[in-house]
Design a protein around this ligand. Structure first.
Ligand SMILES: Nc1ncnc2c1ncn2[C@@H]1O[C@H](COP(=O)(O)OP(=O)(O)OP(=O)(O)O)[C@@H](O)[C@H]1O
Ligand SMILES: [Mg+2]
Length: 326
């Protein structure tokens, strides 16, 4: 870590001390202070005490005047653009220069947050559009081509000699399987269930699909009276659940995962929770930022005006809980 240069307060105090000591020393020389006599020594001690008292008073006054600047620097150090809304508040007895600096800093934060939110939302929107385009292409182009292959295979199987018929049947089964996987991929890319049926059925089917994997049981819990969410908010909830489940599959080694969507009565109005009983975050503080998944989830939560919390499970610290409050 780079060593910080001495604080402005210490520098001013040091210069003032030197100036005071220099002035007093010059005055003593001019007054021909005789340090060998008792009276001269007394005068010298009084001069030293006076220097000390002056430096102390100077220090106290300067500290008070510099406090607003130090508070501003502390706030600047604390600001983290992933936690928006932190602003420097006016300090007591704030000098005009510090006020100008503070207002400029707050203005810069406003602009940075707005630009960051704009850029992140453009990236996420572009990502969603690209996914929708790929899903459409997969569905319309590749799926059509596979359907044509299937129909031809079916027609060929009818006229084929017996020894070829079995092989054609097998090829048809393979093409059918490829079609199924293709459609599943297209659904994951663009959750049409979300557009067609709404958030709760789309989440339920996502969880049910997840629970089909061997070795894991998936539960979905929800309240009956959930508040209305905008389409963007629904997409955020859906994508965060999707990435959390994909993390459970890839990293957790869990046997149970519970996804719950509930009404919240505190500052948030809805809460999504994905809790697993797996190995947990091995390095809780290092985990955020290691992949793109958690960072993307945080970004989405932020854009929808929500908060994402990723922590160790509540029972003996086992497992992982991902919680989104919107
Ligand atoms: N449910 C979980 N259980 C255990 N560890 C987890 C869980 N979720 C995340 N992690 C840990 O947090 C790290 C970061 O997750 P993140 O989703 O950001 O990245 P990733 O899954 O490794 O890669 P990406 O999502 O970008 O493909 C993971 O590498 C993993 O170590
Ligand atoms: Mg991930």
């Amino acid at each position: 870590m780079r060593k910080r240069p001495p604080a402005l307060l210490s520098q001013v105090l040091a210069i003032n001390t030197l100036l005071i000591a220099g002035t007093v020393f010059a005055a003593s020389v001019a007054a021909r202070l005789d340090l060998t006599s008792g009276e001269g020594l007394n005068q010298f001690l009084i001069v030293c005490l006076a220097i000390f008292a002056t430096v102390l008073a100077n220090g106290l006054v300067l500290r008070r005047r510099f406090k607003p600047l130090e508070q501003l620097v502390e706030t600047m150090d604390r600001v983290d653009l992933t936690v928006p809304g932190v602003r420097a508040n006016p300090a007591r007895d704030e000098p005009a220069e510090v006020q100008v600096l503070r207002e400029a800093f707050n203005g810069m934060l406003d602009r940075l947050e707005a630009e960051r939110a704009g850029a992140a939302s453009a990236v996420l929107r572009a990502q969603e559009e690209e996914r929708a385009r790929i899903a459409r292409d997969l569905h319309d182009e590749v799926n059509q081509a596979l359907t044509a292959i299937l129909l031809r295979l079916q027609a060929s199987a009818g006229d084929a000699p017996a020894e070829l018929a079995a092989e054609l049947d097998e090829t048809r089964a393979l093409a059918q399987q490829a079609m199924g996987e293709l459609l599943k991929l297209a659904r994951e890319l663009r959750p049409t269930a979300l557009d067609d049926h709404g958030l709760v059925p789309a989440l339920r089917s996502q969880v049910t699909e997840f629970g089909r994997r061997p070795g894991i049981t998936a539960h979905f819990e929800t309240d009956d009276d959930l508040p209305e969410l905008s389409p963007d908010e629904q997409l955020v909830v859906y994508r965060i659940a999707q990435e959390s489940l994909s993390n459970v599959a890839r990293h957790a080694d869990a046997s149970t995962v519970t996804v719950s969507l509930a009404r919240a009565d505190d500052d948030a109005h809805i809460r999504l929770r994905v809790a697993d009983d797996g190995v947990g975050l091995r390095t809780p503080s290092a985990a955020p930022g290691t992949g793109l998944g958690l960072a993307g989830m945080r970004e989405r939560a932020l854009l929808a005006g929500g908060r994402l919390d990723v922590r160790c499970g509540e029972r003996d610290g086992a497992g992982t809980i991902v919680e989104l409050a919107l």
